[in-house]
Design a protein. Structure first.
Length: 311
């Protein structure tokens, strides 16, 4: 009989298929959050679409979703090992009935989608481990047709009032998003070795890499920082620690905090206004498709006024 709770992923990797099946059943019966998070990690990293390229933040997001789903399972007396076809649909109805908030504090459809994805992945993991014969029918959060740049707009062209209150570390981090167009996970992982003259080697999602140009101001900001002597990293903050500092800075500047992604959208919008080329902006942001970039760029509603004036 396998142990009740393995200590690490390496323990699960040593299990035979029979041991994994027995352990998964017992963990599901006990609604053991720690064990089920470990099972999902094992499944995603071993058999998921991105496998080892899955980002640690994605796994942590799944963990938050699993915690919420197990609460609902307990409240509704749902049997994890005998799911009904409507389980995920009923959970989605529950998510829609309560206020969900994203990182910026605003109601977030993305949060509902993430929690639902975590529950869906849990059932896939249990099925993969042999603990389930069938899984609930797939359910998805309907896509909001409103572009992301409209629902969650970028910051104004200038964040000078924020930079005026920022220390060198916070200033450089915000500039990496606002001028470099980096995702916050990419920005926090930047090292001195990644700076290559006037360009930065960015380690993106799914193990991808791209080189982005650095503005003179961003290069100067990075030059003021002292990288870690061992790792070469400029930042030691977690996401939550970085967000806490930024919320305070934006509050001091009298501006609403809408998250780091709004700064990334600011970079996309400014670059598009200068180039009018979605393909180049997509390469800058590390998007696989320019169609994704179109959702990021805030285009003025009267952008074509001058063009049609003399028709």
């Amino acid at each position: 009989m396998p142990p009740t709770t393995p200590l690490s992923l390496s323990d699960l990797q040593q299990f035979s298929q029979r041991d994994l099946e027995q352990w998964s059943r017992q963990t599901a019966q006990n609604r053991d959050l720690e064990g089920l998070c470990l099972l999902v990690d094992h499944y995603v990293l071993t058999a998921g679409r991105k496998q080892a390229y899955t980002s640690p933040r994605t796994l942590l997001s799944y963990h938050r979703g699993l915690k919420d789903y197990l609460t609902w399972v307990g409240d509704t007396h749902t049997d994890l090992l005998h799911p009904g076809r409507r389980n995920l649909a009923l959970y989605l109805t529950h998510l829609k009935s309560r206020p969900l908030h994203g990182r910026s504090g605003q109601p977030s459809q993305a949060t509902a989608a993430l929690y639902l994805a975590a529950a869906r992945t849990l059932y896939r993991a249990l099925h993969w481990a042999g603990a389930l014969d069938v899984t609930p029918d797939a359910t998805h959060v309907p896509t909001d047709p409103t572009r992301s740049a409209v629902r969650h707009p970028p910051y104004p062209d200038s964040l000078e009032s924020v930079y005026a209150h920022a220390d060198p570390t916070a200033c450089a981090l915000l500039l990496l998003c606002d001028h470099g167009g980096l995702r916050i996970a990419e920005a926090l992982s930047v090292t001195a070795h990644d700076v290559q003259g006037r360009h930065l080697l960015v380690h993106g999602k799914g193990g991808t890499q791209r080189r982005v140009p650095l503005s003179a101001r961003l290069r100067a900001a990075l030059d003021q920082l002292t990288p870690h002597p061992t790792t070469g990293r400029y930042f030691t903050w977690t996401y939550d620690q970085a967000a806490y500092r930024m919320k305070r800075l934006f509050g001091q500047a009298g501006l609403p905090w809408r998250g780091f992604h709004a700064a990334r959208k600011s970079a996309a919008t400014r670059l598009y206004r200068q180039t009018h080329d979605f393909t180049r902006v997509a390469l800058f942001l590390g998007h696989a498709s320019a169609d994704t970039t179109r959702w990021y760029v805030l285009v003025d509603e009267d952008d074509l006024t001058a063009e049609v004036e003399d028709w």
